[in-house]
Design a binder for this molecule. Structure first.
Ligand code: ADP
Ligand code: MN
Ligand code: MN
Ligand code: MN
Length: 355
């Protein structure tokens, strides 16, 4: 029996790219999904006269929606003419950076927040036509009608992620009504970004059946309502062993504020205002348990004197491939002895063997 492969890729839409997908029917005998193509002129990735783009499969998992033998196929977009990565392909650059700093064994956990919207553009937790609900307070991790909205979609999405084998870790209702979160990780930069991208696709796809739109907007509702982020938790091997390395990582981040913030998702200034559990976007700070800091060190990490830190700045609409690449680059290129010594120790025995 033939089966279905859903090819998923990130398009060229600005200011925030969107996900696209299409279905290929594969013969029973086909075990690995082949390279495929699409019309880039319809996805803001090419002009009409040179419209062909290439889809290169990079991550495959079970398709929890169709079930059976069917699969989801996450792809990198390549230029058909040269086979080089398309300018919108941020994953290719991450692969290079991850290789360069592999010895640091950096891992990430991303907390994806998002907001359910009705088809008319109003948040699911707001009255359908006009007006606002009760102020924030009862909604975060809430239970009960009128306090949480859309739970059936969350339940379906969580099971879908589990069945697909994605590294989903948990879910919670957020501070603004209609806003939720799931976490993906902890794993190396490429795995966490691939799993998050497929989890985002599954969320779009499942919510579609409910006529609900999943917004990753940084500030979906103006006024006294929380924005939506993608807190990115990170640790190198050295950070998992010593507090000095955690402070060194924060120090390295403090020297590259603009490079990070301008690549952490569209409209970040509207979200990182210094209010609503954020730090101002242009002022770097870090602190233990501090939810008004740019980077938070969890209390348990301060107690154990080792562990990880949380960059609270990335937007819900951030590109995880870019965020993790920047964190790898800034933190690992600043990190000294421990990881490098470990890498050397690892390399030397195999070198000896070869000789
Ligand atoms: P909070 O809401 O309190 O900020 P969450 O429980 O939502 O925290 O998310 C914590 C995140 O931290 C998870 O994604 C998890 O994978 C990640 N994490 C835990 N330990 C590490 C570690 N050593 N390195 C990197 N990330 C980690
Ligand atoms: Mn969280
Ligand atoms: Mn949250
Ligand atoms: Mn967090």
């Amino acid at each position: 029996m033939p089966y279905q492969a859903e090819y998923i890729w990130i398009d060229g839409h600005q200011p925030t790219p969107m996900l696209r997908s299409k279905t290929k029917i594969l013969k029973d005998s086909v075990k690995t999904p082949p390279i495929w193509g699409f019309d880039g002129s319809s996805t803001e990735q090419a002009t009409g006269d040179k419209s062909d783009c290439m889809l290169k499969p990079v991550f495959t998992c079970k398709d929890p929606i169709r079930g059976g033998k069917n699969i989801l196929v996450l792809c990198e977009v390549m230029l058909a003419q040269t086979g080089a990565p398309h300018p919108t392909n941020t994953r290719a650059a991450l692969v290079e950076t991850a290789k360069k700093f592999a010895a640091h064994e950096m891992i990430f956990g991303i907390e994806q927040e998002y907001t359910f919207m009705r088809l008319n553009g109003r948040p699911l937790g707001f009255p359908e036509e006009s007006g606002e609900p009760e102020p924030q307070g009862p909604y975060y991790c809430g239970v009960g009608a009128g306090r949480v909205m859309g739970r059936e979609i969350i339940e379906e999405h969580t099971w879908a992620c589990i069945e697909a084998g994605l590294m989903i870790e948990g879910t919670n209702a957020e501070v603004m009504p209609g806003q939720w979160e799931y976490q993906i990780g902890a794993a190396d930069a490429i795995t966490v970004s691939d799993h998050l991208t497929v989890a985002r696709w599954l969320m779009d796809r499942i919510a579609e059946d409910y006529d609900v739109v999943v917004s990753l907007a940084a500030k979906p509702q103006k006024g006294d309502w929380n924005g939506a982020g993608a807190h990115t938790n990170f640790s190198t091997k050295a950070m998992r062993q010593s507090y000095v390395a955690i402070e060194a990582a924060c120090d390295a981040l403090s020297k590259k504020v603009n490079e990070h913030v301008t690549n952490y998702g569209h409209d970040i200034q509207s979200r990182l205002t210094g209010k609503h559990e954020t730090a101002p976007w242009n002022k770097f700070s870090f602190g233990v348990s501090h939810r008004g800091a740019s980077v938070r060190i969890p209390w348990s990490v301060a107690r154990d004197k080792k562990g990880y830190a949380e960059d609270r700045r990335p937007n819900a609409n951030c590109d995880p491939y870019t965020v993790t690449r920047l964190l790898l680059d800034t933190i690992c290129s600043n990190e000294k002895a421990p990881a490098k010594a470990a890498a050397k120790a690892k390399k030397s025995p195999s070198k000896k063997k070869k000789k």
